[in-house]
Ligand binder design. Structure first.
Ligand code: HEC
Ligand code: HEC
Length: 455
């Protein structure tokens, strides 16, 4: 190696060394900057983050209020048209008939919210000093806004001016902490005790419904009485079909309105998103005053009643619904499915069932944990789940939506599937076992049931 070669070599060495030092310095500088800026940011939020947080708080509070207490002006239907308030107050208060006592109200599944009661009244109730056979007590409870999902407006003389219903009527219950039917609110729970049909049938004037359906009042009463507790028929006002081909009621079970975040399509037959269905129900079922657009309802063959009545394009003035939809949706998506209480299932069996759910029993192909429905288009033909197509055909897509299973334990009353055709979870598992040929043993079936109870 000559001198010039040696010089070049050591120059190259120095250059490399300098480069390495430079790179190290840059990396160290980056790191320290990153940790400085992390430190600076800790505990601080940007203006836009603060706005989002405040918006979330406001939407939750507003949505809860709407879900629990808003009638959307549906008094125009339940009171002005059907006169339901007159049957509730009874002849003694200028209405009709015997009136509805708290005992009767509880018997048809209405619930009383103890948080709305003053302490003195709770004490009197405790000592049995409140007359639960007197319709006057029902009026007092309504005045306190203590009957879940029913809102009364009063005249100066204490008689009822009108009643309206809210979402909480069908999608809330109470925890029975005081007595059966009396306790603290449980928002989002399906009220499977509620006999919507029997309550609606109390209305002195069912002519508006009879007219809409093109039948007589006696027929409307027969249909309403055929539903039974925990059921309602959201499609009756669309297609006028009150009974299935086998003669059974066409009504479906009331589903819960919790655990719905991440679920794409809603209702048993996947009519649309939560907010689509909220607008649908508030306008077409509760008969509130708002705006609703769904041209699928203009089909005169599938939805003769809706097409004739123009339900596919409703415009009320004033609109008491649309402005409330954003927060209402937000609130429902925030309601978690309640965890199964300890002791309500066997944990060891449930753990074995969880494995079966995912592999041998094939359940998780459709009920994908942790949302327990398919991320995406969560719909199936009746043939894919081995049942008849009657209810599917009453919807635009003619399919059944994969039911999200979280909180199943809260709505075991009334059975499972849209129409409650399986009265127990074991029957559901038996159905899949033969239909999907899952070859489960008796032990495996009961493990799977314990898992379903634990969700
Ligand atoms: C008279 C009882 C009743 C009232 C009042 C009622 N619903 Fe429902 N709700 C039902 C029934 C029944 C279904 C199932 C309909 C179907 O599948 O055909 C349902 C379905 C739903 C669903 C779909 C749940 C799921 O599993 O995807 C949501 C969400 C919902 N309702 C929210 C509301 C909101 C919000 C209100 C108030 C604006 C409301 N409901 C008022 C009876 C009611
Ligand atoms: C092909 C898709 C698919 C598979 C596989 C499947 N399910 Fe379902 N599941 C559905 C659909 C769709 C519904 C709604 C049926 C209805 O509304 O009548 C449903 C409903 C249910 C219900 C009733 C929920 C309620 O609220 O009443 C239960 C429980 C259930 N499935 C459990 C299971 C179990 C356990 C398995 C595995 C043995 C399973 N499913 C496999 C699609 C599926």
């Amino acid at each position: 190696m000559n001198t010039s070669e040696r010089k070049t070599k050591s120059l190259a060495k120095i250059t490399l060394l300098l480069l390495a030092v430079a790179i190290t310095l840059v990396i160290m500088d980056r790191r320290s900057k990153a940790s400085w800026s992390d430190e600076e940011n800790r505990g601080k939020t940007t203006e836009s983050e603060r706005q989002t947080d405040a918006n979330a708080d406001r939407m939750l509070a507003e949505g809860k209020q709407t879900f629990r207490f808003d009638t959307f002006g549906d008094e125009a239907f339940w009171s002005d048209a059907l006169q339901l308030h007159r049957a509730i107050e009874g002849a003694n208060f200028g209405g009709v008939g015997p009136g509805v006592s708290p005992k009767t109200a509880l018997a048809v599944g209405l619930k009383v919210d103890t948080d709305a009661l003053p302490g003195s009244l709770v004490a009197q109730l405790k000592h049995g000093r409140v007359n639960l056979d007197d319709p006057a007590t029902t009026l007092a409870l309504l005045k306190l806004n203590a009957v879940v999902g029913v809102k009364g407006t009063f005249n100066g003389d204490g008689s009822l001016k009108s009643v309206g219903i809210t979402c909480a009527l069908c999608h809330s219950t109470v925890d029975d902490s005081f007595a059966p039917g009396i306790g603290q609110r449980l928002d989002g729970w399906a009220n499977r005790d509620l006999n919507v049909g029997a309550i609606a049938a109390l209305s002195p004037n069912l002519q508006p419904v009879a007219q809409l359906l093109g039948v007589d009042e006696a027929t409307v009463r027969t249909v309403l009485q055929s539903w039974g507790p925990g059921r309602f028929d959201a499609e009756l006002f669309l297609d006028g079909k009150a009974f299935r081909p086998d003669g059974k009621s066409a009504s479906t079970l009331l589903p819960p309105a919790f655990g719905l975040a991440g679920v794409n399509l809603h209702t048993w037959t996947g009519w649309g998103s939560v907010t689509h269905w909220n607008a649908f129900v508030a306008n077409l079922e509760m008969h509130g005053q708002g705006t609703f657009y769904d041209p699928r309802l203009n089909d005169p063959v599938k939805f003769p009643i809706a097409a004739r009545a123009g339900f596919g394009n409703v415009r009320s003035n004033p609109d008491l619904i649309t402005a409330k939809l954003p927060a209402l949706q937000f609130y429902q998506l925030a309601i978690p499915a309640p965890a199964a209480p300890a002791g309500s299932f066997d944990p060891a069996a449930a753990a074995r069932g969880a494995i079966l759910f995912k592999d041998q029993a094939k359940c998780a192909t459709c009920h994908v944990p942790p949302i327990y429905t398919e991320p995406g288009w969560n719909m199936h033909t009746p043939a894919e789940i081995g049942i008849d197509d009657f209810q599917a055909k009453r919807s635009p897509d003619e399919r059944y939506r994969t039911a999200p299973l979280k909180g199943l334990w809260t709505h075991q009353k009334g059975g499972f599937y849209h129409d409650g055709r399986f009265s127990t979870l074991r029957e559901v598992v038996d159905h899949y076992n033969s239909f999907l040929v899952t070859n489960l043993t008796d032990q495996q079936k009961s493990d799977l049931v314990e898992y379903l109870k634990s969700l």
